[in-house]
Ligand binder design. Structure first.
Ligand code: CTP
Ligand code: MG
Length: 227
C-alpha cells in the first residue's frame, strides 16, 4: 500500500478569529500543522506530501518543516482563493499514478489505522471518504423556520482524508473548473462524475479545528491520547 497526500494549509482561519492562519496556532507547544504533518511523516505508506500554502508564507513554512524535521514534503504549492483551488494547485504537483489523499491541515488527530483502511478502499473502488454517523437531529431551515427533518440514519458527517485514484480526482477537478462548480470537499466533485464514493467509518475525535472552542476539544483529545 502506498499513497501521496495533498494538504491544504492556505486558509485564513477566519472563523477561528485568531488573527492569523489557525494551522500555525500551537497545541502542546507544537503548531497544529506540524501535528498533522507528523501523522503522514511517520506513516511508511505515505510517499510524499504536497503542501498548499499562502503566497508570502514560503520562508516561514519552510523553516517550520526544517525545525520539526518533516522530510516528506516534496512540493510547496501556492494556495488559491478557495480551498478547492488550493487542492487543485496541489494536484498539479502530484505524481500521476496510484492513490492521492486530500487532508486538511486543520485536522491533526487522524489516525494511521483509518488512513490505511481508507487507502485500501480507494485502491479497490476509486473513491472513498472518512466519515462518522451524525449524532444530532439535522433539519433543513429557511429563515429560522424548519422546512424539513432529514432522516438521521442516512446522515454521515464527512471528514478528511478523502482518497481517490489520481486520474479520477483530476477528471473531477477539471469538470468542476469547466462547470464553475465550487464544492466544500473533493468527493462532491467526484460525485458529479456519477462515480460512487465509498464511506469508511472514522472517529469522532478527528475534528477540524474551525472555531475557538475547538481548541478546548483539541487540548482534551491530546491529553487523553497522552502524547
Ligand atoms: N484552505 C486552503 N486554501 C484556502 C482555504 C482553506 O488551503 N483558500 C485550507 C485551510 O488551511 C484548512 C483546510 O483548507 O487546513 C480546511 O479549511 P477551513 O477549515 O475552512 O480553514 P480556513 O479556510 O482557514 O478557515 P475559515 O473558513 O474559517 O476562514
Ligand atoms: Mg475555509
Amino acid at each position: 500500500m502506498s499513497y501521496q497526500v495533498i494538504i491544504p494549509a492556505a486558509g485564513q482561519g477566519k472563523r477561528m478569529r485568531a488573527g492569523k492562519n489557525k494551522v500555525l496556532l500551537q497545541l502542546k507547544d507544537i503548531p497544529i500543522l506540524i501535528h498533522t504533518l507528523r501523522v503522514f511523516e511517520l506513516d511508511d505508506a505515505c510517499k510524499g506530501i504536497i503542501l498548499a500554502i499562502s503566497a508570502g508564507d514560503e520562508d516561514h513554512f519552510s523553516s517550520l518543516l526544517k525545525k520539526y524535521r518533516i522530510k516528506k514534503v516534496t512540493s510547496l504549492v501556492a494556495g488559491g482563493n478557495e480551498r478547492q483551488h488550493s487542492v487543485y494547485n496541489g494536484l498539479q504537483a502530484a505524481k500521476k499514478e496510484g492513490i492521492v489523499l486530500v487532508h486538511d491541515a486543520a485536522r491533526p488527530f487522524i489516525e494511521k489505522r483509518v488512513i490505511h483502511e481508507l487507502v485500501s478502499v480507494a485502491e479497490k473502488d476509486g473513491a472513498a471518504v472518512v466519515a462518522v454517523p451524525v449524532k444530532d437531529t439535522i433539519k433543513k431551515v429557511n429563515n429560522f423556520e424548519v422546512v424539513e427533518t432529514i432522516e438521521r440514519s442516512s446522515l454521515w458527517a464527512i471528514q478528511t482524508p478523502q482518497a481517490f485514484r489520481v486520474s479520477l480526482l483530476e477528471e473531477a477537478h477539471n469538470l468542476a473548473l469547466v462547470q464553475n462548480f465550487l464544492g466544500t470537499d473533493e468527493a462532491s466533485l467526484v460525485e458529479r462524475l456519477h462515480i460512487p464514493v465509498k464511506i469508511v467509518e472514522g472517529d469522532y475525535d478527528n475534528i477540524k479545528l474551525t472555531t475557538p472552542e475547538d481548541l478546548y476539544f483539541a487540548e482534551a483529545i491530546i491529553k487523553q491520547r497522552d502524547y
